[in-house]
Design a protein around this ligand. Structure first.
Ligand SMILES: [Fe+2]
Length: 296
C-alpha cells in the first residue's frame, strides 16, 4: 500500500512540475553557474546584502518608534508577529523587488530545485516576545505549510542580529531525514490546548523521537548575510519564538513558485476563481493523504 502511495505522490509531483523542469533544461545551457552541494543555503547575493542592511537601518533607526507601537498593539491582541513590509519606504521596496525578481537570481535558485521558478511576492515579518503566549503553539511548532500543491519555494533571510540565547531562529529538518512523502503524528498531544495544532503540528518532544531528527535539525538566522531556500510545503520547519523581552526578529520571506502551474494560496486567482480555489484544496488534500506515517 505504501509503495502505491509513494508512487502516486511522486507521479503527481513530477507531472505537475514537468513543464517547469523542461523549461529549466532549456535555459540551463545558457547559464554559467553551478549548484552547490549544500542545497538550501545561499551565500551569493552581495547586492541583496546591501539592500537588507539599508532595510535594517530603516526599521531599527528611522522607524523604531513605529515598530514599538506595532509591538504593543499586537501584544494586546495576543499575537507574537506582524507583517511590516507595508511601512517600508517605496524606494527600498523597489530596490528589493528588482533584486528578488532578477532573472539571473531566479535561475540560480531554480538550479537548486531542478525546475524553473518565478518570483511571486515577498513580505517582511516582525516577531517579538509575548509573555502571554506559549512557546509551542501555531507555526512555532513543527509543521509543513499547506499553501501550495507542489514546488513552491520560500527564501528567508534574517535582517537584524540574533543570538542563540534570545531565540528567533528558524529551524527545519532537511528532507533527507523526513522525506516529502512521509509525515509525523503526535503520539501524545495532551499538552496541546489549540485544537488546530493537534492535527497538523508536532510537539518538539515528539519530533525528536523520530530516528535521525535530533542530529539533523538545522537552525538558521545567526548570520545576517545568509539566505535559506526551502520548500516549506514539503519540509518540516518552525520558528519565530523570541525568548526574552525587547528581542525582536525581522525576517524577509520571499515566495517563488513553479514557472508553469501555480496551485497556491499566493496565486492571485486563488481567491477570485472558485475552480482554482477548490482544485488547489482538493489536490493538496489528496497529496497529504498519500503521505506515509513515520512510526515513533
Ligand atoms: Fe510555515
Amino acid at each position: 500500500m505504501s509503495l502505491i502511495k509513494y508512487t502516486l505522490f511522486k507521479l503527481l509531483r513530477y507531472v505537475y512540475l514537468l513543464p517547469s523542469i523542461i523549461l529549466l533544461l532549456w535555459v540551463k545551457k545558457q547559464l554559467n553557474f553551478q549548484t552547490k552541494s549544500k542545497k538550501f543555503l545561499i551565500e551569493y547575493n552581495s547586492e541583496l546584502n546591501l539592500i537588507l542592511n539599508q532595510v535594517e537601518k530603516y526599521y531599527l533607526k528611522n522607524s523604531i518608534e513605529e515598530i514599538g507601537g506595532i509591538i504593543s498593539k499586537k501584544r494586546n491582541e495576543l499575537l507574537y508577529s506582524s507583517e511590516i513590509h507595508n511601512i517600508l519606504s517605496s524606494d527600498l521596496d523597489n530596490k528589493l523587488l528588482k533584486v528578488l525578481k532578477n532573472d539571473e537570481f531566479c535561475n540560480y535558485l531554480s538550479l537548486f530545485f531542478g525546475y524553473k521558478l518565478k518570483f511571486n511576492s515577498y513580505l517582511i515579518r516582525l516577531n517579538f516576545y509575548n509573555s502571554k503566549l506559549k512557546e509551542e503553539e501555531g507555526p512555532k511548532m513543527w509543521h509543513r505549510d499547506n499553501d501550495s500543491f507542489f514546488g513552491q519555494i520560500k527564501l528567508f533571510s534574517v535582517i537584524n542580529d540574533l543570538k542563540t540565547e534570545t531565540g528567533g531562529l528558524f529551524s527545519f529538518i532537511p528532507q533527507n531525514t523526513i522525506k516529502d512523502y512521509e509525515y509525523v503524528k503526535n503520539t501524545n498531544d495532551d499538552q496541546l490546548v489549540n485544537k488546530n495544532d493537534r492535527g497538523s503540528r508536532i510537539l518538539n518532544s515528539e519530533m525528536i523521537k523520530v530516528k535521525g531528527v535530533r542530529e539533523s535539525i538545522i537552525n538558521f538566522g545567526l548570520n545576517k548575510n545568509q539566505y535559506l531556500a526551502i520548500d516549506t510545503n514539503d519540509t518540516y520547519h518552525k520558528g519565530g519564538y523570541l525568548q526574552k523581552d525587547k528581542n525582536i526578529r525581522i525576517l524577509l520571506q520571499v515566495i517563488y513558485e513553479p514557472y508553469f502551474n501555480s496551485l497556491s494560496n499566493y496565486n492571485y486567482l486563488y481567491k477570485k476563481n472558485i475552480l482554482i480555489y477548490h482544485l488547489k484544496n482538493f489536490l493538496t488534500g489528496i497529496k497529504n493523504r498519500l503521505r506515509t506515517q513515520i512510526k515513533i
